[in-house]
Design a protein around this ligand. Structure first.
Ligand code: FAD
Length: 466
């Protein structure tokens, strides 16, 4: 193995492996240091396994409603051990794919814990007991994040973070989800659709804070139909385990709920714990994030940090974007910084949520005059055909001086397959297109994406489906 590289990357999650593979495709000699499995949180303990579970939940929903389509199927049963094995096969395939791509692009993978010292020297405590010392002309820190914990809820038994939930081989009958953010709502939705009695305990006044209010209301209504008990404005205090492996969670003012599993989903903290950093100018903030500028440069020359390790949206695709930005920058290509206020967001609960750009309230709070267009899926032909009519498309446009709708600022969607439909809205927001420009584009018929086109069309002041 070589010991000096154009680029050394510490951390093989979406940020790190994207940086390594993209740099290798640009002809750089790259080392990638990963202490665990390639793919990081996203592939092994995050996006991919969580969505695999959600898909099982979707199949159960379809079977439950098959009689509506004239298909008799009897009562659906869930064999979650099969779900777990299927998910693991998907994960293993994707992780193997990254390893194969690294091999194909001659990225040298070091299996061990990497720590950065002076002069861009990375010492790797190899998992096999040895050690390696390598240097990089450039170094990218991409060591990601880990679940946050809360006092009195140590992992073990019924108390789980996303890491442990994704290893379950059965569906708990009663689940408390602490935290009503994106990840918490995805787990709540999964388990409710699979037949669990789910309670969400959220300290803030509403779940999914930060979402456009109209969109969040659709999710809340739908969750209530699934009999998810949403308790907002309540703090959890502790729990009392019972003899049957479950526990009673105490919250609010003397309230409690007895459950078989607790999912602690209160966010993730950056994981700089094993990066060393002695003798370097890399700074770590009080909240644990590595401090970077808009080009992801740390305080140490030629050392960058990306992904969940820095204080930017904790999304795999943001890690990818930062990886590309950094590689372009170190190649001297003068890239534009990532525009974090316009990245695509997606929540894969049922109904799905997807958006780019600010919502109506956020625009108003920023003092921007807006015109808003909203159209519900219930009148969309494809939505009726697939039997998923909940939800809406909402477009927030800057108000022109004459009162008409101008530049598209935000596109907010909730409903069937919206995570797959956002790309047109994302493009409109980031292209800084106007409503008139986007309304020129033709959508296929019948399709769910027609609703996006119709919402744009109605914002021009004329339409035929409003
Ligand atoms: C349940 C769940 C669902 C999610 N769903 C989505 C989703 O739908 N869409 C989305 O965009 N995002 C989602 N996320 C977030 C997404 O997983 C993260 O934003 C993403 O994984 C961050 O990538 P990263 O490369 O920065 O860090 P990570 O993926 O955390 O990878 C960091 C890697 O670095 C390694 N490492 C750490 N320290 C060292 C060291 N010193 N030496 C060597 N290796 C080290 C770790 O082992 C790890 O493999 C989800 C997260 C969770 C938990």
């Amino acid at each position: 193995m070589s010991d000096s590289f154009d680029l050394v990357v510490i951390g093989g999650g979406p940020g790190g492996y994207a940086a390594a593979l993209y740099a290798a495709s640009a002809g750089l000699q790259v080392a990638l240091v990963e202490k665990d499995a390639l793919g990081g949180t996203c592939l092994n303990r995050g996006c991919i396994p969580a969505k695999a579970f959600l898909e099982t939940a979707a199949v159960k929903r379809h079977v439950d409603h098959s009689a509506d389509f004239g298909i008799g199927s009897g009562e659906a049963t869930v064999d979650f051990a099969v779900t777990q094995a299927r998910k693991q096969k998907i994960v293993a395939g994707l992780v193997g794919g990254i390893a194969a791509m690294c091999k194909g692009r001659k990225v040298e993978v070091f299996n061990g814990v990497g720590s950065l010292g002076a002069d861009r020297t990375v010492t790797v405590a190899m998992n096999d007991g040895g050690s390696a010392t390598i240097t990089g002309e450039h170094v990218i820190l991409a060591s990601g994040s880990v679940p946050r914990l809360i006092p009195n809820f140590e992992r073990g038994g019924p108390i789980m973070t996303s890491d442990e939930v994704l290893d379950l081989d059965h569906v708990p009958a009663r689940v408390a989800v602490i935290g009503g953010g994106a990840i918490g709502c995805e787990f709540a939705s999964t388990f409710a659709d699979l037949g669990s009695q789910v309670t969400i305990l959220e300290g803030l006044p509403k779940i999914l804070p930060g979402l456009d209010a109209d969109v969040a209301n659709v999710v809340v209504r739908s969750f209530k139909k699934k009999r998810i008990d949403i308790r907002t404005g309540v703090m959890v205090n502790g729990h009392t385990p019972n003899d049957s492996g479950g526990t009673t969670v105490h919250f609010g003012d003397g309230e409690s709920v007895e459950v078989d599993a607790v999912v602690v989903s209160v966010g993730r903290r950056p994981f700089a714990d094993q990066l060393g950093l002695e003798g370097t100018g890399v700074q770590v903030s009080e909240r644990g994030f590595v401090v970077v500028d808009e080009l992801c440069r740390t305080g140490e020359p030629n050392v960058y940090a990306i992904g969940d390790l820095i204080d930017t949206p904790q999304l795999a695709h943001v890690g990818y974007a930062e990886a590309i930005l950094v590689v372009k920058h170190l190649l001297g290509e003068g890239p534009m910084p990532v525009m974090y206020d316009r990245v695509p967001w997606a929540i894969y609960c049922h109904p799905e949520v997807a958006w780019a750009g600010p919502g109506e309230d956020a625009c108003k709070e920023a003092g921007i005059d807006v015109v808003v267009g909203k159209h519900p899926y219930k009148f969309n032909s494809r939505a009726q055909i697939v039997g998923e009519t909940e939800g809406m498309v909402k477009v927030v446009a800057r108000k022109n001086p004459d009162g008409s709708a101008g530049q598209v600022l935000g596109v907010h969607m909730v409903g069937p397959w919206v995570t797959e439909q956002l790309s047109g809205g994302y493009l409109a927001v980031n292209w800084e297109a106007t409503v008139d420009e986007v309304a020129e584009f033709i959508q296929p018929h019948p399709s769910l994406s027609e609703l996006f086109g119709e919402t744009m069309l109605s914002l021009t002041g004329r339409d035929f489906n409003g």
